[in-house]
Design a protein around this ligand. Structure first.
Ligand code: SF4
Ligand code: SF4
Length: 275
């Protein structure tokens, strides 16, 4: 089963929920893969004090122009929907590399075979093992904008794993890499907090999940910091010093204090999911 853990707003506790659910499932005997699909700001490995190993490059195709074959017709420039090519009169087209997403349209368009496939590094993926679970994470190369390429690579690597549960921890927001991470999830937990910002961003991510046809349940973290109640809440996690301590120590709460009410909630949820 592929389960997304998401939430429009940053800092609501998505990674806390994803990590503790994954570890609780693993403790109950399930084979679990945790995918940290936030390559702009990966943090799951820090929450579980896991070492990132097996660094692999993620590459993106870019066009390479052969100046001897190019007749400067401009057809490739017109074919680029992303405006990643520009051409001065009578010159070979130039690539604005950060904008190119490797779609290959220009290569297919050139009637003279003057463009070949090159590639550039856009980031890296890593693998980790800790507390009985496998983890795949990624990191976007600074200055590169193509974080969904890393997310797609993390998910591709995750699909190769033989797992009972794949937990997909998305980035904040509702942009391309969040949609790429959620695509294919069978269910999602939406983590929010009872603040005006949290509620506003909750509405946005619920709309995205509706468009992707993914059923979801709402989890309100730090539920007692205001009196605001959010409709259809499945779980409430109160603000608690012990949860902060578990962050600081890099030990998931479900291991740091198995008898804590929130740990018991995760173990009960894990048992229900394994039925
Ligand atoms: S590969 Fe696609 S995005 Fe990149 S320059 Fe060619 S047409 Fe444009
Ligand atoms: S389509 Fe081919 S020949 Fe025409 S400008 Fe582009 S690279 Fe040159």
């Amino acid at each position: 089963m592929i389960i997304g853990v998401t939430g429009g707003k940053g800092g609501t506790g998505k990674s806390f929920f994803a990590v503790n659910l994954a570890v609780a499932l693993a403790k109950k005997g399930a084979r679990v893969v945790l995918l940290d699909c936030d390559p702009d700001s990966p943090s799951d490995h820090i929450l579980i004090s896991a070492e990132r190993k097996n660094k692999k490059e993620v590459r993106c195709l870019i066009p390479i122009f052969d100046e001897d074959k190019c007749v400067k017709c401009g057809a490739c420039v017109k074919s680029c929907q992303y405006n990643a090519l520009f051409q001065l009169p009578g010159k070979v087209p130039q690539l604005m590399e950060p904008i190119c997403n490797g779609c290959t349209a220009c290569i297919l368009t050139c009637p003279y075979g003057a463009i070949t496939k090159g590639s550039k590094i856009v980031g890296w993926t890593y693998e980790s093992e800790k507390h009985g679970l496998r983890m795949i994470s990624g990191e976007l190369k600074p200055s590169e904008p193509l974080s969904e390429k890393i997310v797609n690579e993390i998910k591709k690597n995750g699909e190769k794993e033989k797992a009972d549960f794949v937990i997909v921890d998305t980035a904040a927001g509702a942009h391309c890499n969040v949609v790429a991470a959620l695509d294919g999830c069978e269910k999602a937990y939406v983590i929010t907090e009872p603040t005006p910002f949290g509620i506003s961003d909750l509405e946005v991510i619920i709309e995205v999940l509706g468009k992707l046809k993914i059923p979801y349940e709402i989890v309100v973290n730090r539920s007692d910091i205001t009196d605001k109640k959010i409709e259809n809440t499945k779980f409430e996690i109160p603000y608690d010093r012990k949860i902060i301590d578990s962050y600081v120590k890099g030990i998931p709460l479900v291991l740091y204090d198995e008898e804590h009410p929130v740990s018991k909630m995760f173990y009960k949820l894990a048992e229900e999911m394994m039925k």
